[in-house]
Design a protein around this ligand. Structure first.
Ligand SMILES: [Ca+2]
Ligand SMILES: [Ca+2]
Length: 349
């Protein structure tokens, strides 16, 4: 680390950015902040190599500090030299947890999510207690949009990702039962907000229970979204789990949950005889989805044992000896795409 001017800013905690090589060798380390606590939680690289970091700051010697803790965004050049920094929020507690960069009308925007308890300053539409905080700024740090989201209870927004149509998905939790948040998902506090290119809220919905308010979302290669977090309400396919559990689920940009796990079982399991019925049962990570059961003989001829439907079991009575392969497909009713189990082979005597 000798090449790095590891100079602290001041007392308290500073934010820092460390650049390393792909083998873990440090290249440079920079500290940021002011005279009090400064935390950086996320970093993104813009198209020109600039670095955008977001977090929270209590430092009163930063220009435009609003009071208490503020959301904090800094932009550096590719070498970590500060270009500008900005506290954002109001007189209450404000914080940014995550950010993404999107193109809006040919311009780069830095989109940030977090929490606010401010009803003044850079906030608008504050609902009470804590609100989810969504702020969009341009590459100069000027605010294009700052919204308080949620209801009269506690909210926070933990992560953000860009949709294929250049909209946004925000993920967080909400304890509010007023407004559009009146429906619940079990004991669920998980919360998903869909925003369009004009920063308008298209819809918001409950999603799992997001235990502890932690939830993180990212895009998958097939145009869907993967959500990771912890929760307590899981469907019975997982068995009786206690306490909080790791959650991993796949979503569409409309917030529909997609199946990502399916498996088959047979009853009885031992090799069977012609004319003896076999019960084939499938399960997946979701309730309320459709299944289809397929069987192939040694010549590869496909037989649909049961076409798309809600039943998780099908009874099949083989009428000839030989080797057979069975698999199941699973999908949610509104979508044509499906996942399928491994093909299980068994022998009919
Ligand atoms: Ca503040
Ligand atoms: Ca609130």
């Amino acid at each position: 680390m000798s090449a790095m001017p590891a100079k602290r800013i001041a007392t308290g905690v500073d934010g820092f950015v460390l650049k390393i090589t792909e083998t873990g060798q440090p290249l440079w380390l920079k500290y940021f902040g002011g005279n009090d606590l400064d935390h950086l939680y996320d970093i993104k690289e813009s198209s020109d190599g600039s670095l955008i970091c977001v977090g929270e700051t209590r430092s009163t010697d930063l220009d435009n500090h609003h009071g208490g803790t503020d959301g904090w965004v800094i932009r550096t050049n590719p070498s970590g030299i500060l270009q500008w920094q900005k506290p954002i929020g109001g007189s209450g507690q404000d914080c940014f947890y995550n950010a993404c960069i999107r193109q809006v009308e040919g311009q780069e925007r830095y989109e940030m999510v977090g929490v606010t308890k401010s009803s003044d300053g850079d906030t608008s539409g504050y609902h009470g207690l804590s609100d989810g905080y969504f702020v969009s700024i341009n590459s100069s740090g000027n605010i294009c949009c700052a919204k308080c989201l949620g209801g009269s209870g506690n909210e926070q927004l933990k992560d953000i990702t860009i949709t294929e149509d250049q909209g946004l998905i925000l993920i967080g939790y909400s304890t509010s039962i007023d407004g559009s948040l009146s429906d619940t998902y079990g004991n669920g506090f998980g919360w998903m907000v869909r925003i369009n290119t004009n920063n308008q809220v298209l819809w918001q919905k409950r999603i799992y229970d997001m235990f502890g308010g932690e939830g993180y979302i990212d895009k998958t290669f097939d145009g869907r979204y993967i959500l990771a977090g912890s929760c307590q309400n899981l469907n019975s396919a997982y068995g009786s789990l206690m306490g909080s559990n790791f959650l991993l689920t796949k979503l569409t940009s409309e917030g529909a949950m997609m199946p990502f796990f399916a498996e088959l079982s047979f009853e009885p399991q031992i090799p069977q005889s012609v004319g003896v019925p076999v019960t084939i049962t499938g399960r997946s990570n979701l309730d309320g989805i459709e299944y289809r059961f397929l069987c192939y003989d040694e010549a590869g001829t496909e037989t649909v044992l049961r076409d798309w439907g809600a039943d998780v079991s099908v009874e099949w009575t083989p009428n000839a000896s030989g080797i057979y392969v069975v698999k199941m497909q699973a999908r949610i009713p509104q979508y044509a795409e499906y996942i399928e189990t491994d093909a299980l082979k068994f022998s009919i005597q």
